[in-house]
Design a protein around this ligand. Structure first.
Ligand code: ADP
Ligand code: MG
Length: 394
């Protein structure tokens, strides 16, 4: 069983919250504060209960202490978001005597933002001494960083056994509830829409989901490897040659399981995978030799929309085409719109690029859930146990 922060008594306790404040920076300016705002409900909850809050995160990929990747601008921004009521103190490290003293002297309602965990190589090495030093700062451990839950690092896994009480935060709670429903007990019809760059990234997800779904709609570059496996010529489209056999086997197992594996029947193609490419409508499965498929075609979109409309559960992972280029983004947009329009269904978006697409289309709030973890959500959907989640089991 995993407790949530709602199940614990926090008053007067030092509560260590592992958050994901890995935000994009331009110099000291935060260009997108979504991750900070998403962590607010958990932080506010702890503060409201009278906890002394200690926040820890990584930022970027520093090699040793690097002032450019300091969490200082994040702490300042957080302080603005929380308002004058709560003081946000900044530590110049995440372990050591100075930090330990600050943590000890923290008062209820105050926040202590630790410095970037990855300034210490021991974080990613999951070093026991480092993990114990982090654990010594607090009475309660809360993990709300789903994006790193698939990593066994000191702050996500190693420190947890050394803390008395542990729980997930509100963000992870929602992830487990929503993604958990998909792998166990999804309402039917269950339609999965998969796309993106590579079949190889998603093989295990497909294998794990095939026995659970009623239909699997495949778009994006990975569709061409499947078409190739059916003997369809796909021109210059991205194909993973070494995965064609595997795609063939997945098509066979879908048939055996009675699952519809639906591939594009038409395409929007171009000469190159960039904004210079002029979009060409290809009205059949076969793509001419000089062209590559860069989006699903018009009949395919209609078909995918119809499947999504009739579903009670829709999982979508991976764009339907080169959505970063407007001329090839329409298939991706229409999948997102069809999901947003189905108010009867549990609609879940996983994957970093898919989440970015949904945000860009302004449709995120219309989904039941947009996962905050790219790699972590994929590993969860593969049926794997995530170290950061397993560590929370009581
Ligand atoms: P996610 O992050 O949602 O899991 P992926 O990382 O698997 O998605 O794939 C996203 C990338 O795949 C995007 O950069 C997109 O442009 C690219 N992509 C999708 N379809 C095609 C295509 N037909 N040709 C080239 N690139 C594509
Ligand atoms: Mg991606």
């Amino acid at each position: 069983m995993i407790r949530s922060i709602d199940d614990l008594q926090l008053a007067g306790k030092r509560v260590f919250i592992r958050v994901d404040f890995n935000v994009p920076l331009e110099g000291k300016r935060i260009t997108d504060d979504t991750r900070i705002r998403e962590a607010l409900p958990t932080i506010r909850k702890a503060l409201k209960e009278g906890a002394k809050v200690i926040l820890a995160s990584h930022l970027g990929r520093p090699k040793g202490a690097d002032p450019k990747l300091s969490l200082e601008p994040v702490a300042e921004h957080l302080s603005k978001l929380l308002g004058a009521e709560h003081e946000v103190l900044q530590a110049d490290d995440c372990i050591g005597d100075g930090v330990a003293k600050m943590a000890k002297e923290l008062k209820p309602g105050q926040v202590l933002m630790l410095e970037n965990l990855r300034f210490h190589a021991e974080e990613e090495k999951n070093d026991e001494g480092f993990a114990k030093a982090l654990a010594a700062l607090c009475d309660v451990y809360v993990n709300d960083a789903f994006g790193t839950a698939h990593r066994a690092h000191a702050s996500t896994a190693g420190m947890v056994p050394f803390v008395k009480e542990k729980a997930c935060g509100l963000l992870i709670h929602k992830e487990l509830e929503q993604l958990g429903k998909l792998v166990k007990g999804a309402e039917k019809p269950f339609v999965a829409v998969l796309g993106g760059a590579k079949v190889s990234d998603k093989i295990k997800v497909i294998e794990n989901l095939l026995p659970k779904v009623d239909a699997l709609l495949v778009g994006g570059a990975m569709a061409y490897t499947f078409l190739k496996a059916q003997g369809v010529e796909v021109g210059k489209s991205r194909v993973e040659i070494d995965k064609i056999d595997l795609a063939g086997r997945l098509l066979d197992s879908a048939k055996r399981l009675g699952v519809q594996l639906v591939l594009p029947m038409d395409h929007i193609a171009g000469e190159s995978p960039d904004e210079k490419a002029k979009p060409v409508e290809v009205h059949e499965r076969t793509i001419p030799p000089a062209l590559m498929g860069l989006d699903i075609g018009i009949k395919t979109r209609d078909n995918f929309r119809q499947h999504i409309r009739g579903a009670r559960t829709v999982l979508w992972n991976g764009p339907m085409g080169l959505f970063e280029v407007p001329a090839f983004s329409e298939g991706t947009r229409q999948v997102a719109q069809a999901m947003a329009a189905n108010r009867e269904a549990q609609t879940v978006v996983g994957g970093g690029d898919s989440a970015a697409a949904v945000n860009e289309f302004g449709l995120a709030s219309k989904m039941t859930h947009v996962s905050t973890g790219g790699g972590a959500s994929l590993e969860f959907l593969e049926g794997r146990e995530l170290p950061g989640i397993k560590a929370l089991e009581v």
